[in-house]
Structure formats: structure tokens, C-alpha cells
Design a protein around this ligand. Structure first.
Ligand SMILES: *Cc1c(COP(=O)(O)O)cnc(C)c1O
Length: 311
């Protein structure tokens, strides 16, 4: 199945010499893969997955997309944008309750015309269940609906990051380390399938209970080798939606050395993970390292913790 033309590809890689030196690397070691510039709906890694997932949805005759996420889900926002681009209805089943004012990704969800169903304080599996019920109801009422998996992380979605891995090899042939945030696992899985486990350093954000198992299963299903996945779990802090000190420091460092905006949930954790890996000698000066900027900027405008830190 051909992926849809929803993205601006290939995304650029940019040198980051001042950030490299600040981290203790050599100035020429570090490259930033700008997947925050994928084009559709404010950009970010979910666009690559949605190219494949929406192709599958259209092939199945869908008239609506239904997906799940946290209130500040970048994946939900980009599903809303993809639906707008393709003329499909979009329904987002989000955890929590409707806030008084829609900020960040929620503001964009509304702008793209998506309907939001607030599921309250429920577990992740229950969100998927509510979404499955909505798919059945929409389909029964005459609009065939397609359920986009949590974070877009099915084998179909993860193929977008097998392609991204090939793009990175083209752009940075001597790449030794690829550093990426891990949420639902499809992004890291696709990169591992393309580049091998030894070259990918995944930094967990605390989005799921079993990040290693989820990612390994996806790598296996993609036909890759999942043994030896490098995963750091020490940047989760008190959870997905909290802002650990090291992550706040990483956000400030990227902004003040390179003028690059990271986000408090994903890319800030990924950079804090790279800093820790350099400190421990897992990533060394002289090794070519690609930091994958997976997007997330709207989430920054929904972060009260960061605003408090900068006040
Ligand atoms: C979803 C997301 C990730 C993590 O990708 P997964 O494939 O879910 O692991 C990383 N960065 C940003 C900005 C995201 O929105």
C-alpha cells in the first residue's frame, strides 16, 4: 500500500555545534533530524505514521477517523489535521475532563474541526474500549469509521519510521547513535528495524507501562531484530505529564544554544537522556549522533510547569 502524500519529505538534518559542545561532544558530532518540520498540522512524528494509517483507512472505505490520547496529545492533533486534509470526520477520545479554556493541542483540535469525547479519569485500555464503541456506533449510523491505534503505533504506522531510518542513513551515512523519545513505541521500533538496535537510544516518557515489550513486539512484527534495544527509563520522573528538573534544563539548553524549541513531554526528555548518556560514556565524543526532533511544540503552550519554571 502506498503511503499518502501528507508530509514534506525528506526533513532536513541540521548541525548543532553549540549544543554538541555544551553536552560534552565535539562540535561536529551532533545533528538534529527536523521531524518537527513534517508540514501537516504543525508537524511532528505522527505525520509519518498517519501517511500509512490514513492510506489503510481510505482503502477500507472509512469516512471517519477515531483515536485516543491524553488531553495534550500531539497524535490526536495530527489525526485531526489529517482528517481535515482528507475530508474525513475525526473523533478524539481523550483522557480527563473538558478544561475551562482549550490551550495547546486542544486549541488546534478544535481549529481542525475534530469532535472531542472526554472519557474522564480512565485507564489506557478503557480509552481504547470507548474508541472501539464509537467506531461501531459511527459505522452503524452510516459513516464507516477507522480506529487509529494509540499513538499511531501499529505495524502499519511504524513503517513510517522504517522509512525515516533509511532517510537518516542517506543524510548521515556514518551515524553511530540515533536518540529519540519513546511514547507508544512505534517511532523507536521503526528506527530500530531500519538502523539496528545498537544504533538507537530510546528515552522513555512514561506513556505506557511496558515500553520495552511494546517496542520489541513492533520491531519483531516489522521483521527487524529487537535484541539489545537501548532504553533509558530514568527521565520519566513522577510521570508523563510532570516536568523533571533535568528535562527543564534540557529545554533551556537547546533553546539557548541553538534556538531550537523542544517540548516538555517528549523531546525535552530525549535530550536529557542524551545528556545523561554522554555523562555516563554511553554516547562518546567523536561518535556521530543524530537527535530526532519529533515535534510537540503545541504541548509546550499547554505546560503550566514550564511557565512556572521560567517565571
Ligand atoms: C508521540 C510522540 C513521541 C513518541 O513517539 P511514539 O511513536 O509514540 O513512541 C515523541 N515525540 C513527540 C513530540 C510525540 O508527539
Amino acid at each position: 500500500m502506498q503511503p499518502l502524500d501528507l508530509a514534506t519529505l525528506p526533513t532536513p538534518v541540521e548541525a548543532a555545534p553549540r549544543l554538541a559542545e555544551a553536552l560534552g561532544l565535539k562540535p561536529g558530532d551532533l545533528w538534529v533530524k527536523r521531524d518537527d518540520l513534517l508540514g501537516l498540522g504543525g508537524g511532528g512524528n505522527k505525520v509519518r505514521k498517519l501517511r500509512h494509517l490514513c492510506a489503510e483507512a481510505l482503502e477500507r472505505g472509512a469516512g471517519a477517523l477515531v483515536t485516543t490520547g491524553a488531553a495534550q496529545s500531539n497524535h490526536a492533533r495530527l489525526t485531526a489535521a489529517a482528517g481535515a486534509r482528507l475530508g474525513l470526520e475525526v473523533e478524539l477520545v481523550l483522557a480527563g475532563d473538558s478544561p475551562a479554556v482549550a490551550t495547546g493541542n486542544l486549541l488546534l483540535d478544535a481549529l481542525f474541526g475534530a469532535r472531542v469525547v472526554w472519557a474522564g479519569d480512565v485507564r489506557h485500555e478503557d480509552l481504547e474500549q470507548v474508541a472501539a464503541e464509537r467506531v461501531a456506533e459511527l459505522t452503524a449510523s452510516g459513516t464507516p469509521a477507522y480506529q487509529v491505534p494509540y499513538g499511531g503505533s501499529s505495524v502499519t504506522g511504524a513503517r513510517g519510521y522504517v522509512e525515516a531510518g533509511a532517510e537518516i542513513i542517506d543524510q548521515v551515512p556514518d551515524v553511530r547513535n540515533v536518540v529519540v523519545a519513546l511514547g507508544s513505541g512505534g517511532t523507536a521500533a521503526g528506527l530500530v528495524a531500519a538502523l539496528g538496535a545498537e544504533r538507537v537510544l530510546a528515552v522513555d516518557t512514561g506513556a505506557t507501562a511496558d515500553p520495552l515489550g511494546r517496542t520489541a513486539r513492533l520491531v519483531d512484527d516489522l521483521g527487524g531484530v529487537s535484541d539489545g534495544i537501548r532504553l533509558r527509563r530514568d527521565l520519566v520522573g513522577d510521570g508523563y505529564s510532570t516536568l523533571p528538573e533535568a528535562v527543564a534544563d534540557a529545554l533551556l539548553l537547546a533553546a539557548r544554544t541553538e534556538g531550537i524549541v523542544l517540548d516538555p513531554v517528549y523531546t525535552g526528555r530525549a535530550l536529557a537522556g542524551l545528556a545523561a548518556a554522554v555523562h555516563e560514556g554511553d554516547v562518546r565524543p567523536g561518535e556521530t549522533t543524530v537527535f530526532v526532533h519529533t515535534g510537540g511544540l503545541p504541548g509546550l503552550f499547554g505546560s503550566a510547569a514550564l511557565a512556572a519554571r521560567l517565571a
